[in-house]
Write a protein that binds this ligand. Structure first.
Ligand code: GUN
Length: 298
């Protein structure tokens, strides 16, 4: 029987409706949550993502601002801008779109953003807070989105064998943090893993984030497993007018015949990333307020 689809567009819509409601409550208290995105250079894919983030903010009733800098902007100038945004009380979330041009050290950028405004969850302080389960920490948006999708799809994580395919700082490692906190038994696989297919076959829940188009095939998936595909790859396809198609790290056609639930690409994890970015920004705005009973979103 083909797997049930976990629809990321539908789940993201629910999260964004929550965010819009929480934003309204904050606006009533005189605070409009604000996200500032900084884009350095003219990478076309980044420009598309940044526009989508600004549009999503505005749709949720938040303030979405994009600052575009020339590709040759010196690192010192970018860091000085971050200092100004850190000091600006109307800016609750700061995101510098990655990748940055080669002459800029991405780690220096991440470290400069105040942890309280790091809605990407990339700053080591937030990495540590999430790892130790401190609620004030911001989890990176994609892994946080995967957790929400699993919950909304009724997938119990506690006690399950979860295989995380990929160990990036943005997806694999923070995914481990969140899964361990949710009482899963987690195995991390990567390019050096011996007999990777047999390890992957042990998964009740498989999360693929290795950036290799259609790498996971049906023979690697235990019948009935839940499969979450974080990959988004462009592959050449001469049969299409645009010359390419998008696919995930999972071979959808074959794996959907053995899995019990699966996320599609596109329309799976992707839409959750922006939804969780909005959620983190509302939380950043809320955490900056005096807390008290009945004073807005938790
Ligand atoms: N580039 C692609 N995805 C992201 C993201 O989630 N955050 C940042 N800062 N840059 C990105």
């Amino acid at each position: 029987m083909p797997a049930e689809l976990i629809d990321g567009i539908a789940v993201a819509k629910l999260v964004r409706a929550d965010v819009a409601r929480d934003t309204e409550a904050l606006v009533r208290r005189g605070v409009t949550p604000g996200l500032t995105v900084v884009l350095v250079g003219e990478d076309p894919a980044s420009a598309v993502y940044v526009r989508a983030k600004e549009k999503a903010c505005i749709e949720a009733g938040m303030k979405g601002t994009t600052i575009r800098l020339a590709a040759e902007t010196p690192q010192a100038e970018l860091l000085a801008l971050i200092d100004r945004l850190n000091a600006d009380a109307t800016v609750h979330g700061i995101l510098v779109q990655m990748p940055v041009p080669k002459h800029i050290d991405p780690q220096a950028v991440i470290l400069r953003i105040s942890a309280a405004k790091d809605v990407d969850g990339f700053h080591p302080v937030n990495v540590g807070r999430v790892w130790i389960g401190e609620k004030t920490g911001f989890a990176p948006c994609t892994p946080a989105g995967v957790m929400v999708m699993l919950e909304r799809a009724g997938v119990e994580v506690s006690g399950k064998n979860v295989v995380m395919l990929g160990r990036s700082n943005i997806v694999g490692k923070p995914m481990v943090s969140l899964l361990v906190a949710a009482s899963a038994t987690v195995t991390v696989c990567h390019s050096k893993t011996r007999d990777l297919p047999s390890v992957v076959r042990g998964a009740d829940i498989l999360i693929a984030a290795i950036g290799k188009p259609e790498f996971v095939t049906a023979d690697m998936v235990r019948p009935g497993a839940v499969v979450i595909d974080v990959g988004i790859n462009r592959v050449d396809d001469a049969t299409l007018a645009k010359g390419y198609r998008l696919c995930g790290d999972v071979h959808f056609a074959s794996v959907s015949e053995v899995a019990s639930k699966i996320t599609p690409v596109p329309g799976g994890v992707g839409p959750m990333t922006i939804a969780m970015l909005l959620k983190n920004t509302v939380r950043a705005a809320t955490q900056g307020l005096p807390q008290g009973p009945g004073q807005g979103p938790a």
